[in-house]
Design a protein around this ligand. Structure first.
Ligand code: ADP
Ligand code: MG
Length: 879
């Protein structure tokens, strides 16, 4: 039925643009991003193509003499419907598909744009309308088993969809249904034969929750599904005693696609938000639904050949179809009421016409003039449908599920990372803390050390200046005293004169005493000689003289023998010297190298050979004879003899014999009598060695040895002589019993006198003597056997001691340090020591001395003396 009024004119929908191609009128898939997805909408008129079936075998025969009822002008997209031989109505469609149109071309112009929209997230509908037998199923449902070029729109659509989705993120699911007599049956599960339509109250979306939904993974399974659906359809229709042409078939394809990544895929609002919160954009989920509808035949009932009860059925079949026509009419005329709810079909296709779907309709017609009326009705249906405007709307939503899943994974990762970082951070903090602690401790230590050093230095400086002040003060005191003395000068001069006179007297008396002693000795010798000569009272003087001269000759002979032996000894000694190494020969006559008692006197070039010779000699000649040679007139003989005796005295075993034989007396006599320095040196050395023995020490003392040693000490110039003398006195100083006498006979003064010789060997012996003396005194004091100030201090040793407390030579320093410590152990000495400046030295020793034991001794001594303590407090010195 053509709408009148356009006779010989083009029947044109008012808003149809004739020139636009079917395809070009589709909304471009990338021009809809200016508004949020949910609002995205586009105008989308229902597109309609007309397809003409070729004449079938029957028509070729039956209509052989008649022309087709339609004439197609595909290039003009026009169809002319013949009314009679001279008159026709012309209709314009979006696409006009001739009987030669291939299935591929039909798919591309009718369905492909819809499929593309579905892939973009729109709903899409492809529907075939037309009289039974005009090719609806051919167009939509051919599987193309034998001939792939015959594949219909369903198969090709799925091919396209599968080719354009990614199986990892996207999914396709399918339902296949049949609507017959207002009943929806599930073609995928025939038991499901009354599926109800559910409508979402808010959105108005319809769905079929009861329908089977199958996931599609590949084309093969889809084709199988279609085949299965078709089989079920035939079975169902046989059961219902009807034909498939009377039922509507609906294929529903749900395509879910996930869109992520590209910013321009997102609505602007989402982009802005995303920029603020970082990559928290949920992926977009696009849900397109494609519905392919193969409608029941549109022919009128009388033509379908239905009779009787079938009439009702036909009405019921066409209820849905006529409802669809009514809806489309209403939509085409912009009627306010669209009776969508009148049938199940219109409810199911609510979105396809007048909704948001992109919809393509293909109307199929046959060429036979016998069906002209049905063909015209089909064409008019298509023409009306072309006027239906849909508002395309993208079905897009945020995929919060997958976002939350992604975020959960992200959060878990971050938690783990955070925990790891936290641990690293804690470790780092701990490391820094320890490092800082270490550095602080180190700095503190350094600081304390520096402070201590600084303090020490300050104290020493302080001590130095106090010391100087004290010295100045003492000097001033002395000056004052001298001044006082000048005033008393006259009286003193008188006293001095008296003193000199007294001294002269004393000297005279001493000289007389010496003379008497001399005479006594001579007398003794004379009587000895008389006894040795077997003196008898009846021997006459001439006989005695003769005897004397014989004795003398004999002695001279012996002397000669001895000389030659001594010469021999000298040679041997030289040989021995060159034989032995320098370390051995380097020994001094007295090995006074430490603070232990004096070593044995050694021959200067001492060797076992020489000593053996000397032993031999003394055995051969007899000790007595050797000793007598000490008094020989001949100086050479005396020197050799004293050397021999000294060598013998170096051996402890000989010492007693020597003393018993009167050797000590002879040696002392040599000191007394002879001016010769060499003899005195060797004699002193021998005496020093003999003085190692305690009983010898007493003998030396008893025989006035100290006086003689003191005399020698006063006269001698040779440092070695002084060394021997000092060594001998030092040994005597170590005897507790001899302390007082030693001092009263001038021993200490003699020692101190020798410091005029600055030779370190001498000083070392002096220091040793002082240390020995101080030690004995200290011992006696602590035993309570002596009282009062140290005799050393009395005799004025303190200044020298203080001066040499820090002597460069370590041996001297050691002795002096010990002497100071011993002196300091007695409170009676403390005052003198303080005024003499010894306290400074003691403090220094307690701090600086390299020997730990001496350092400790000094410290102990200082802390145990209350006088020192008080002084140190006064001077603000700490030990
Ligand atoms: P409908 O589904 O509309 O009732 P069918 O698709 O069953 O019609 O087609 C009826 C017959 O016509 C079938 O035998 C079919 O093969 C044939 N046919 C339909 N369209 C064409 C076409 N375009 N070319 C060739 N044969 C066709
Ligand atoms: Mg069919």
């Amino acid at each position: 039925m053509a709408t009148g009024g356009y006779r010989n004119g083009v029947q044109k929908p008012p808003n149809l643009r004739t020139s636009s191609s079917f395809k070009s009128k589709l909304p471009p898939s990338n021009t809809r991003r200016s508004t949020p997805a949910s609002l995205a909408a586009d105008s989308g008129r229902v597109r309609v193509a007309v397809r003409l079936r070729p004449r079938n075998a029957e028509e070729l025969v039956a209509d052989a003499d008649f022309a087709d009822c339609v004439e197609l002008q595909p290039e003009l997209k026009r169809l002319k419907l013949r009314k009679n031989n001279w008159d026709s109505d012309t209709y314009e469609f979006d696409e006009v598909l001739t009987e030669f149109a291939s299935q591929k071309r039909v798919y591309e112009v009718v369905a492909k744009p819809v499929v593309e929209s579905v892939l973009d997230g729109y709903n899409g509908t492809v529907m075939a309308y037309g009289q039974t037998g005009t090719g609806k199923t051919y167009t939509l449902g051919r599987l193309g088993d034998e001939d792939t070029s015959a594949r219909g729109i369903m198969v090709r659509s799925m091919e396209d969809i599968l080719a354009n989705i990614s199986p990892e993120t996207d999914s396709i699911s399918v339902s296949y249904l049949q609507l017959y007599m207002e009943t929806i049956q599930d073609l995928l599960n025939p038991a499901n034969d009354n599926i109800s339509i559910v409508e979402d109250q808010k959105t108005g979306d319809v769905s079929l929750p009861g329908a089977t939904v199958l996931e599609i993974r590949d084309q093969q399974s889809f084709v199988e599904l279609l085949r299965l659906g078709e089989a079920h359809r035939i079975a169902a229709n046989t059961k219902l005693n009807t034909e498939s042409s009377r039922s509507h078939a609906l294929l529903m394809v749900h395509v879910k696609r996930s869109v992520s990544g590209r910013d321009d895929e997102y609505p602007l609002e989402t982009q802005n938000r995303s920029n603020l919160v970082g990559n928290l954009r949920p992926p977009m989920l696009r849900k397109g639904k494609l519905i392919v509808v193969d409608l029941a035949g549109s022919e009128r009932i009388h033509k379908s050949g239905s009779e009787g009860h079938m009439l009702e059925e036909a009405k019921s079949i066409n209820l849905s179809l006529s409802a669809l026509g009514k809806c489309i009419n209403a939509l085409a005329e912009n009627s306010s009421h669209v009776p969508v709810r009148d049938s199940k079909l219109t409810r199911l296709l609510k979105d396809s016409f007048g909704g948001t779907s992109r919809t393509s309709l293909v109307v199929t017609i046959g060429p036979s003039p016998r069906h002209r009326a049905e063909t015209a009705s089909t064409i008019l249906f298509g023409q009306r449908a072309m006027k239906v405007e849909n508002m395309l709307k993208i079905k897009e939503e945020f995929d919060y599920k997958s976002l939350s899943k992604r975020l959960e994974i992200e959060i878990d990762k971050l938690i783990a990372e955070n925990e790891r970082q936290q641990k690293v951070y804690e470790n780092e903090i701990e490391r820094i803390r320890l490092e800082a602690q270490k550095r602080v401790a180190e700095a503190e230590r350094n600081y304390v050390e520096i402070l201590e050093e600084e303090k020490m230095k300050c104290q020493m400086d302080y001590m130095e200046s106090i010391k100087k002040l004290e010295e100045k003060w003492t000097a001033n005191q002395q000056k004052h005293a001298i001044n006082g003395e000048v005033q008393r000068g006259a009286v003193n001069e008188e006293v001095a004169e008296l003193k000199t006179m007294l001294q002269n007297e004393t000297r005279l008396r001493k000289a007389a005493e010496e003379e008497i002693q001399n005479l006594k000795t001579q007398l003794l010798q004379f009587s000895k000689m008389e006894l040795a000569g077997g003196s008898t009272d009846d021997l006459s003087l001439p006989e005695v003289l003769g005897e004397e001269s014989r004795q003398k000759k004999k002695l001279e002979e012996e002397v000669k023998v001895l000389r030659s032996q001594l010469a021999q000894l000298s040679i041997e000694a030289n040989q021995a010297r060159s034989y032995s190494d320098s370390g051995n020969s380097g020994n001094a006559l007295l090995g006074l190298d430490c603070f232990t008692p004096l070593n044995h006197l050694r021959p200067r070039d001492g060797s076992n050979g020489e000593r053996a010779s000397i032993t031999n000699l003394h055995e051969q000649v007899g000790l007595q004879k050797i000793l007598s040679l000490l008094e020989s007139e001949d100086a050479n003989v005396r020197i050799h003899a004293v050397k021999v005796v000294a060598n013998l005295a170096a051996e402890e075993a000989n010492q007693e014999k020597i003393v018993e034989a009167g050797g000590l007396t002879s040696l002392l006599m040599l000191l007394r009598r002879y001016e010769d320095e060499t003899i005195r040196r060797i004699a002193a050395g021998a005496i020093a060695n003999l003085a190692m023995n305690e009983s010898n020490q007493e003998l030396i003392m008893a025989q006035g040895g100290i006086c003689l040693l003191a005399m020698t000490a006063a006269d001698a110039e040779d440092p070695q002589t002084l060394r021997m003398v000092a060594g001998a006195i030092a040994n005597l100083c170590g005897n507790d019993k001899l302390q007082t006498r030693l001092r009263s006979e001038g021993g200490i003064k003699a020692l101190l006198g020798m410091v005029r010789c600055r030779h370190p060997d001498v000083l070392s012996q002096v220091a040793r003597g002082i240390a020995n003396f101080a030690k004995c005194e200290s011992r006696a004091s602590s035993q309570g056997t002596r009282e009062g100030r140290s005799l050393l201090i009395e005799d004025g040793a303190l200044p020298w001691i203080v001066q040499n407390a820090n002597n460069e030579a370590s041996l001297i320093r050691r002795h002096v340090e010990l002497a100071l410590c011993h002196l300091a152990q007695h409170e009676v000495n403390a005052k003198d020591m303080i005024s003499g400046g010894a306290l400074w030295e003691l403090v220094r020793i307690s701090r600086d001395c390299s020997r730990e034991d001496i350092r400790a001794l000094a410290r102990r001594t200082l802390t145990s003396s209350s006088t020192f303590q008080a002084e140190m407090r006064r001077l603000r010195i700490e030990v």
